[in-house]
Each structure stands twice: as C-alpha cells, then as structure tokens.
Design a protein around this ligand. Structure first.
Ligand code: HEM
Length: 516
C-alpha cells in the first residue's frame, strides 16, 4: 500500500528550487516533503535537513529512519513527483511481511504445512489485524510512559474473545464469539493457541507483553483445571475473562525461585477447619500490583498446596524495578495473617506440586511460542536493516561477515519454530494427563533451547546493529528491547539449567531398566 499523501504533483525541477533559507523541500520515494516548519523540531537537527534540501533524500532517509516515521509525520507530505510511483511498501494493519523469513514457513507463499487448517489461517489474519490496530500502539505508548495496561484495551480484548483464547483450548471458549467468528470455540486447538501467542509478540515490547494479562494466562489455568467448587470457579472465571478483575500466579519467593519445594509461605488451618491463615512473602510476581486474585503456592506442613487468595486485609503489594519495564507490574507481595476460606484450595492439600507442575507445561510452552516469535522479529528487522544500511559504500548485506551472522540467526529461528510445531501437534493429540506425563520433559527442553538461541540471536543482532541495537528509540528499537529482555524468558517459568535437568530426568523415567 502506498503512503496516503495529497494528490498535488510537482516536477523534480520545481522541488530543486526549494533549497533556500525560507523553504526546505525534498523527495523521499517520489513523495515531496515540505519540512520548512519542521526544521527546529527534527530530532536529528536542522543542518542535516538543509543539506538535502531540493534533492532526492530517499537513500539518506532510509539509512537513518524506520519507515513508520513517515507514517507518523505524513502531514509534512505535500504531494508526489509527476508521473512517478512510490516503490516502498507501507504495511496495512494485518498484512504479512514480504521479507524472507519474516513469517513462519506455514505463512510463506509456496511453502506447505500439514498442521494448519483454514480456521488457523483465518485466526492468524484476525489476530494480526487486532494486534496491529490495538495492541501495538498501546504497547509502545505504555512502554514509554511506564503506565499499566488500560482498562479500555482489556475490555476490548475481552469483548473480542482474545482474553479467552489466551487460556488455551477448553470449555471456557464454547459459545464465545472469537474475533468475529474467526474460529469456533469448540474447534480451538493448540495451534490456534500458538497463533494467538505468536501474533501478539509482534508488538515487540517485552515488558508490556507480560503486563498484558500474563498473570491471567498462568494463574487462571489453575482455577479452570483445579478449582473444585463450581460456583467459585464460575465466579472467578467470569470476572477475569470479562476483564472486571485481574489474577496472577504467586509461586516464587525471595527464598525459593525455581526450587518450588522450598517455599516458606505458610498456610495453617483454623481449628474449625473452615479457613487457612496465610503468612509469608512472594517475589517477582507478574501483574501482582494490579491483581485482585493471587493463585498462591503455600506450605501446608506436609507439603505444598495452592490457594486462591483474594486481595483484602493482610495482603500488601509493591512494585519491583526490573530491567524490562514497570508496565509488567512485577511485584513483591506480603501476606500477613490472611484469612482464606478452605474451599479456595486448588487441587488436593499437600499435593499442590502436581497443580504447579501441570500448570508449568502450558506456561513454558507459551513462553517458547513467544520467544521463538520474537527471535523471528529480530531476524526480520536485521534483514531489513542489512539491506538498507550503507556503510563503507556498500550495503551491510554485501559484507560476508554480516551474512554469516544472519544465516546463524535464521537457522536458529527456523529450527525452533519447527520443533515448537512438532510439540504443539502432540499437545493437540494428547489429553491433559498424557501431556503432563509425556510432554513435561520435551517442553522444558524446548524452552531451555529457545532461550539459549535467543541469547545467540541477541548477541549477533546487536553486533549487526551497533549503537542502534543499544538505543531505545529509532531504527534499532526492537533489537534493543529483545537484547534487554530475552533473559526474562531464560529465568521466568523455570531457569534454563533447571529445565535442562528436568528434561533429562524425565527422559530417564522412560529408560528401559535393562542395560542396552
Ligand atoms: C520527513 C522527513 C523526516 C522526518 C519526519 C524525520 C524524523 C526524524 C525522527 C523522528 C528522528 C528520531 C529517530 C527516529 O525515530 O528514527 C530523526 C532522526 C534523525 N534524522 Fe530525520 N527525519 C526526516 C528526514 C531526514 C533526512 C532527509 C535526514 C538526512 C539527510 C535526516 C537525518 C536524521 C538524523 C541524522 C537523525 C538522528 C539519527 C540517529 O540518532 O540515529 N532526517 N528524524
């Protein structure tokens, strides 16, 4: 799609005359810009604009700016060059990228896949459009301001069924209108789930990605699968999926991160057996500051249990500053003699480890979906940059060393997407219990390997981008965000080392006893 600009036309000779003190015009991709009143406001300074006054500044512009700058400042365009056509593509909301490897193979024309049906493709188109129109603009704004997600976006996601879909397949989707009928809730499978997770990552704001109801994705699952009281289950599920209330998963503590068996928050039954009294702390809890419900791991004496705790007397939350953004709502929680009804127990008392572990599979798989899709964005941005950036009188892509780096990045990205799709196919064909038995190990290894790949990709990408890969605004924004935040995925939901160990230990459970 060409940029929308006034229909007036000029000749190149006319533009050339506007290189005076009072009038500064230039051409970018056949569009004529009058920047006479913008000179003072230009973040790159006045002098550079005066230097190109009256000329075609296309190459100079794309060497320094993202194309989206022209969309934002389209009011500076006054017309086009007579008889010439724009050649640079302005993506419309929902468009696929024409850059090689910017889309997974199943979305690339000429490639086939056995996994994806028409409803997957429909959902992908609808989810991309929704992300481009609503999620990305808010993500960018909130990352800048540091504010939490708006209720308006939460309401919009609820109405469109986006909140519901993020919980994965299940009865909570039946009868819900999902993005104007893109998919029937009864047909929704883990490939649809993967599509939702991967499309939303394209906003490229890792902090906002977690601030955008990540607590719900990992917390509400416990309610859906383990809440034994049907009224409580319905009440909480309705409140959260309608966006009226927020929920988070509160497991980790200053005392115990990946070592969930070492939790020190205690829950003691009252003598009448009707309540638990909870005391302790939780740390690094995503969305905790703005949550109403806390799905909390507690020590009940003979083991671990999981309780649904409502915000109220004795519950305090305060933000923790981390290296991504405050938008994620990373929280320190204290529970001080909090009285919790016994019916809020999720799963069995002292057997909460099962609740936590079975919950981990979907969480870790979702994190793998997201990391792998973010890796692809970095590949896309780096290919675009290498193609447009001129240094030492050549495009970056003309340097063999840059092609080596890109090759490694592409290979890591493609191999992990393929592995993810293979595991997703198993999830589609296994019951929840079978998944817990057979896929805990493979999903752990997938997430561990994806974040190792992210480490390599971040490293190579920053070397390609130089200073821009370390700058939060402008061309290298996506690279900077990825490089600063990929570690969250390497730690949250189980550190790489813990997952690697788990993957191998799980494999050993299936090892034949006999020496082979
Ligand atoms: C309509 C035309 C233009 C607009 C709206 C514009 C806008 C901007 C903006 C918003 C930035 C901040 C960084 C970013 O967001 O990418 C920027 C930076 C800059 N611009 Fe422009 N610009 C225009 C044309 C040009 C041209 C033609 C040149 C040079 C020939 C130029 C040179 C620069 C430089 C040197 C920087 C600083 C880049 C950096 O820090 O990496 N700009 N411009």
């Amino acid at each position: 799609m060409p940029l929308e600009v006034p229909s007036k036309t000029f000749t190149r000779a006319e533009v050339a005359k506007h290189n005076t003190e009072d009038s500064t015009w230039f051409i970018i991709d056949t569009v004529v810009y009058d920047v006479s009143d913008f000179l003072d406001a230009h973040p790159g300074g006045e002098a550079v604009l005066r230097q190109v006054a009256g000329t075609d500044a296309t190459v100079a512009f794309y060497n320094l700016h993202r194309h989206e700058v022209l969309q934002k400042y389209s009011n500076l365009a006054i017309g086009t060059i007579e008889g010439e056509k724009q050649s640079i593509i302005t993506p419309a909301p929902g468009d696929l990228s024409p850059v090689p490897y910017a889309e997974p193979l199943w979305l690339t024309p000429a490639f086939k896949s056995p996994y994806f049906k028409e409803s997957h493709r429909r959902l992908q188109r609808a989810m991309r459009k929704f992300t481009d129109e609503y999620i990305t603009p808010e993500a960018l704004e909130k990352e800048r301001s540091g504010e939490y997600i708006s209720q308006e976006l939460i309401d919009r996601m609820s109405k469109a069924g986006v909140l519901h879909m993020r919980m994965g397949p299940g009865k909570h989707l039946h009868g819900v209108n999902l993005l104007d009928g893109a998919v029937d809730g009864k047909e929704f499978d883990y490939f649809h789930d993967m599509i939702c997770a991967q499309e939303q990552v394209r906003a490229a704001c890792r902090g906002f990605q977690d601030g955008n109801m990540a607590g719900m994705v990992i917390g509400l699952t416990c309610i859906l699968n383990f809440c034994k009281n049907p009224e409580l289950k319905k009440k909480v599920t309705d409140e959260v999926l309608s966006g009226r209330k927020k929920i988070c998963l509160a497991i980790t503590e200053a005392f115990a991160g990946s070592d969930v068996a070492g939790l020190r928050t205690t829950a003691t039954k009252t003598p009448d057996g009707k309540h638990y009294i909870v005391n302790g702390t939780k740390k690094w809890i995503t969305n905790g500051v703005f949550s109403d419900y806390f799905v909390t791991g507690v020590n009940t004496g003979k083991g671990l249990s999981v309780l649904l705790i409502e915000r109220g007397e004795g519950v305090e939350t305060k933000p923790i500053k981390t290296s991504y953004s405050p938008v994620a709502g990373t929280t320190y929680i204290t529970f001080d003699n909090v009285k919790v009804p016994a019916e809020n127990l999720l799963g069995e008392e002292n057997k909460g480890i099962y609740v936590i572990l079975s919950n981990f599979n979907h969480e870790r798989w979702t994190m793998a979906c997201a990391t792998i899709r973010y890796m692809r964005l970095v590949v896309e941005e780096s290919l675009k940059w290498a193609h447009q950036r001129i240094v030492f009188k050549k495009r970056l892509i003309d340097q063999p060393v840059i092609r080596q780096k890109l090759a490694k990045m592409i290979a890591l990205c493609e191999s992990h997407q393929s592995w993810l799709e293979t595991i997703t196919y198993q999830m589609c064909n296994m019951s929840y219990a079978e998944q817990a038995k057979h896929l805990g190990g493979p999903i752990a290894l997938l997430k561990m390997s994806a974040t190792r790949a992210a480490h390599e990709i971040a490293d190579e990408a920053v070397q390609i981008w130089g200073g821009r890969g370390l700058t939060q605004t402008g061309m290298g924004r996506v690279i900077e965000n990825f490089n600063r935040t990929y570690k969250f995925d390497a730690i949250l939901g189980g550190a790489e080392e813990v997952l690697a160990d788990l993957g191998v230990r799980q494999a050993m459970k299936f090892m034949p006893k006999a020496v082979l």
